[in-house]
Structures are given as C-alpha cells and as structure tokens.
Design a protein around this ligand. Structure first.
Ligand code: HEM
Length: 612
C-alpha cells in the first residue's frame, strides 16, 4: 500500500527502456482499499484540529457577518435555508428528477438563483441566454471546476481533463485534445467506429436480449481503438468508469452530501484511501495503454489512433500545435478524454432504443430514407449529407434525453456583476441543460421526441442546407465556452453511423402481447449518476430481412463479434479483462456495477406532472 502511494504521487518521465512504466505497473497490481481502525492519528492530527478550528470560525463568520455589496449591486434571489447548512433537503434526486426539481424552483425564483449548502454557494441557470452570457461572453471568468469531496484529486491531480481546474496544465491538455480531434475527425476516426458497428450488429443478431451490454461494449471498444489502436484497451475504461462516475455524483458516496467529512484524515477516511487506490490504478491503466502503443509504434506496427498522433507529434513541432506534454501528461490527456466517451455516448444509445419503441412511426420513416440511399449496404460517413432524417434522429435523441441533464458546473474565478447581481468568486454555476433544451420558444412540444423539428421549416430549430444541418456542432448539450466538450465530432460520427447501421438492419419495438405488458418501456427512468443512462429494458429486436442477416454475417470485420465481457468462469489473460460477476451469470443482464440496472416493471407505472 505504502509503495503504491509513493508511486502515485511521483512524476515519472518516460524512459526509452520503459522500466519505470513496468515498475509503476507492478507496484499497483494488488491494490485493495483498506480502512484503518487505529484512531490514534485522529487524536494527534494537527490537521484535524486545525480543520475543526477553521470550520468553527467559518460557521461563526457565516452567522455573524454579511458581505457588503457595492452600490447598486444586489444579491441574486436565494432559496431560504439554515445558516451554513443551507438547504440540504434540496439536494436533488437522481437524473432528470433533479432537473425538474430545480426547474420548479426557477418558476418561483426566476432564471438564475442561489442555493447555499454546506458552506458552498451554487447558482442555477435556467436559460440558454444566461448560460451564454456567463460561460461564453465572459468565459474567462467562468472556466474553473469545483472540488469534489469524494475525489479531491480530480481537480488538481492532473488526471482527468473534464474535471480539472483551470490553469496551464488544463490548457496543454485541451489544446492537445483539439489537435487530435482536428487530425482524426476528417479521417472519420480512422474508420474504427464503422468496424465496430459491424461487430455490434453481429452481437445483436446473436444475442439481442443483451442489447444494453452490446451498446456499452460498443462504446468501450470504439474508444479503445480510436485512442490506442486496440479495442481491448476499452476494457480498462469499463473497469474504471463506475468508480469515478459514482464518486463525482451527488448520488454516490455520502461524503458528497456531507462534504465536511472531507476534513477527516486519510487514516480514517475510507474515501481518501479509496481514491488513492483508484488514482494509482487509473495511472497504471493509462501508462500501460500508451506503452503498448509505443511498442507497436517502434516496431512500425501501430494502427492510426490518437496515441500514434502523439508519437508523430514528438518528431514534429508540437509546440506550434499549442501543447507540450511529457509522457505522463500525454497518457492522462488521452486516457481521460477517452474515459468520458463510454457513458456519454451510451446514454443516447439507450435513449434511442426507448425512442424507437415509443415512436414506431418515426422509425419507419427514417428506415425508408436509409433504404433509399443505401438499399444494399450499411450507411457510411460519406452518405450522411443525404440522410437528414437520420441526423435529425441523432440530434433529437440527444435533446430528448440529455446524457448530462445538469451539465458540468463552471466555477466563477473572480467576482462578477451580472445584470446588477453579484456572482461571487468561487460560486459553482450550473447550467440546467435539461431545461435549456426545452425552452418553449425554441423547442415547442419539448417533452416529445420530435425529430421533425430539425428538418421541417415550421419549427424554429430548422436550418438549411439539409445536407449539412442538423448536426451536433454548437449543440448546447455539449456545454459552453472554453470548457465546452471537444468530443462533438466523435459523438456525431459514432452515433450517425451506428444508428444508421441499427435502423438499416433491425426493427426495434416494444414486445407484443403479454411479454409487452410485462416489459413496459421506461420514459424517464435513468441511473442516478451525473452522466445519465436510461435503464435498460426488454424489447423486440428483429432483423429486417434474411438478406440483411446474410449481409451482417458475411462482413469480414464481424467474423469476431467482439464480445468484451467474459463469463465469471472463463480464464482471464490480464487484470484488465472485464468479468461478469457470478451473480450476473447469463441469462441475467449485465449491470456494469450499477450503471445499467434494468428497468423492472413497477407495481404501477409512474404518472408524470403535466409539461413533463
Ligand atoms: C453524447 C455525447 C457527449 C455529451 C452530451 C457530452 C457533454 C459534455 C459536457 C456537457 C461537457 C462540459 C461542458 C462545459 O463545461 O460547459 C463535456 C466536457 C468534456 N467532454 Fe464531452 N460529451 C459527450 C461526448 C464526449 C466524447 C465522446 C468525448 C471524448 C472523446 C468527450 C470529451 C469531453 C472532455 C475532454 C470534456 C472536458 C472539457 C473541458 O473541461 O474543458 N465528450 N462534455
């Protein structure tokens, strides 16, 4: 344990013989979280006593003082609550329930209001205009991220670009992300998504009941290939995502709600101990993946991927490209950007299956378009200008069921005055993407899945030329300003080609008869974490013709169907192999450690308030 702690806190510049990589890898191989029961360090901890004193002064100050405002400046409307503790009963429920909850408060307090909890000021934003005014027009003031109690290193540890604090390292990572996207997007990400589409079709043909697992595996394999030229590396990400996603979610560890627990010293803090283990493990995974590419690169065997771009950039002028990173940073910049490509894209894929069950008429229309353009083959990226209905389906799935309904918060880096209101330095500002994507003036009938809104001039979202629009560029679901998502093009390529392949091949529908009654299709039920995914459900997935079945089976890429998750009794070849727990032995569904728990038939189907 001690050794692993040292490894994780050292920086390890890359050496040609890779021995440091091997040492790092070896030292983290058997990490287990440990909770020490010796309380002596607690009693002698200067840190704890210091932290308690600080906390006391902080509470006392909150009770007794009020910041003086400059003349003419007001405070934002604030939800009433208790001193310091604020309003803990407003800690949101999971997923869209939180968006509705905060939406209800906007009706009373206006498009921007304050919510104070456990000594931290949160500000909630309801409209695209306010989000743009703050995060785009004044982006320099709003580009930091917040601390997360269950995973304190996420902001400062240099591991995860999406949650990293603003600074020079952030700029290097982000410039690098833009560089690799600029270089790989025009080449359709080297064709990797299309290869994986064919394998995914085969898996669906063989085991349609496992569609949710196939979607997750699809995302993992695709990003494994795009990032490191080998789909197998995707299983590293599959292993690490659940821990991280839970630890950054309010519905995760209790410390995220009771944030003062972050003051506990490591010896008695299971969260800090867990984080240390996880931090070392992430590092090991990213180093191993990059080392593997380096070995293939040196032998001239590496396939095109983001990592190979980094090696090429070594020989070129990478400073000109706006980044200069050492090995450790490159490993983390590539790894952490790949990390987010599974649950985010998995979200709309799950929502797509639900939309096809709820809106069969649209499915038939878009299939007719695909059949017209590609009667006897799968759609490719070159076909996309001729498939506006397919692009509208992708765009609407993302709007209808946002994978990040509450966005990713931006932190105010200095005091700001917005329309006469003070937004103090350190405030955590949240744009409610779910509400923004339902603003009535822009999205009439916002709760409906209505892809027509993107291709029919009667709707305000219509845009010409239809060979280009709709597309995902500038979509508010991907955030704002200089923290906006750099993964838009990959999402567009992955979703358009995969949904095109699925609709070309299969009819997706609610089961008929009794099986249909026993398996209702969820409307809003999602996992409870910050990247939401609709709960998987049982539905009918039928190949559309025998000719299409034969086509799928004939594809050379589909000869290996690409199952990534091993059965619990299968031998493994590496510690990174994903193994299905025995409790989920087939035919039980794979729940990905709680991220894809199926939608069980509720005693009574929920009813939703009007307008939801
Ligand atoms: C449906 C797909 C996706 C959605 C809805 C989505 C959404 C978002 C959102 C809302 C943010 C925060 C923006 C902000 O702070 O204003 C973000 C950041 C980010 N996303 Fe995505 N994302 C998706 C896919 C991807 C993919 C495929 C990748 C990588 C290939 C990716 C990489 C990132 C990174 C690296 C950041 C951090 C940017 C920063 O902090 O500056 N995302 N994404």
């Amino acid at each position: 344990m001690e050794a692993s702690i040292q490894v994780s806190s050292d920086r390890m510049p890359y050496h040609e013989d890779n021995s440091s990589v091997a040492a790092a890898a070896a030292s983290t191989s058997d990490l287990q979280p440990v909770l020490s029961t010796d309380l002596t360090p607690l009693l002698h901890s200067k840190f704890l006593w210091g932290a308690s004193l600080l906390l006391f002064f902080f509470i006392a100050r909150t009770f007794t003082s009020k910041q003086k405002l400059p003349a003419g400046v007001k405070r934002l409307p604030r939800l009433p609550g208790l001193p310091y503790i604020g309003r803990p009963w407003d800690v949101p429920g999971p997923g869209v329930a939180a968006a509705w909850h905060f939406g209800g408060l906007h009706k009373k307090y206006g498009p921007i209001y304050e919510w104070y909890i456990m000594g931290t000021l949160h500000i909630w934003v309801e409209t695209d205009k306010v989000a743009r005014d703050l995060f785009v027009t004044r982006q320099k003031k709003y580009c930091d991220r917040n601390d997360l109690p269950a995973t304190v290193k996420v902001k400062t540890g240099g591991q995860l670009l999406p949650l990293m604090g603003y600074g020079d390292q952030f700029k290097r990572y982000k410039n690098f992300m833009h560089y690799i996207m600029r270089n790989s997007s025009p080449k359709a990400f080297y064709g990797w998504p299309v290869v994986e589409n064919k394998k995914t079709l085969r898996r669906l043909l063989e085991t349609p009941d496992r569609w949710s697992e196939h979607m997750i595996v699809h995302c993992a394999r695709t990003i494994g290939s795009v990032a490191w030229g080998d789909p197998q590396h995707g299983s590293k990400l599959l292993q690490m995502v659940p821990y991280l996603l839970k630890s950054v979610s309010p519905a995760g560890p209790i410390i995220n709600k009771l944030s003062f627990l972050a003051n506990l010293p490591e010896a008695i803090s299971p969260w800090k101990q867990q984080e240390k283990v996880h931090y070392a493990r992430v590092r090991k995974a990213f180093w191993e993946a990059l080392t593997d590419v380096k070995e293939r690169h040196d032998k001239g065997l590496v396939a095109d991927c983001w990592s190979s771009l980094w090696f090429q950039a070594q020989d070129q002028e990478k400073e000109k490209a706006g980044f200069k990173m050492d090995w450790d940073e490159a490993a983390h910049a590539i790894g952490s950007s790949s990390f987010v490509a599974i649950a985010t894209i998995g979200g709309p894929l799950h929502a797509f299956f639900a939309a096809m069950c709820h809106y069969p008429a649209w499915q038939a229309k878009v299939q007719a378009e695909i059949d017209r353009v590609c009667p006897d083959r799968l759609p490719t990226t070159e076909d996309m200008p001729n498939l506006p209905m397919l692009r509208a389906t992708v765009k609407e799935v993302l709007r209808w069921r946002q994978p990040t309904p509450l966005g990713v918060p931006h932190v105010a880096m200095e005091d700001d005055i917005y329309e006469g209101y003070l937004i103090p330095k350190g405030a955590i500002v949240h744009a409610n993407h779910y509400l923004i994507s339902r603003e009535e003036s822009m999205f009439p009938r916002g709760e409906e899945f209505l892809p027509e809104r993107w291709i029919d001039p009667a709707y305000p979202t219509y845009k010409e030329p239809l060979t280009e629009f709709p597309n995902l560029r500038g979509d508010t679901g991907f955030g704002y300003g200089n923290r906006a998502c750099p993964g838009v093009d990959l999402t567009q390529t992955e979703l358009t080609t995969l949904l095109g392949a699925l609709l070309w091949s299969f009819n997706i529908a609610r089961h008929s008869g009794r099986r249909g009654d026993e398996n209702p299709i969820p409307w809003y039920e999602v996992n409870p974490f910050v990247i939401t995914m609709m709960k998987p459900f049982d539905c009918s997935i039928q190949v559309r013709s025998e000719a299409k079945r034969a086509y799928i089976l004939e594809q050379p890429e589909a000869q290996d169907a690409g199952y990534l998750i091993r059965s619990h009794d299968e031998p493994t070849t590496s510690e990174w192999d994903m193994v299905r727990p025995e409790s989920e032995a087939l035919p039980k569904p794979y729940t990905w450690e709680g991220l894809t728990v199926p939608f069980g038939k509720p005693a009574t189907m929920p009813t939703y308030a009007p307008g939801i």
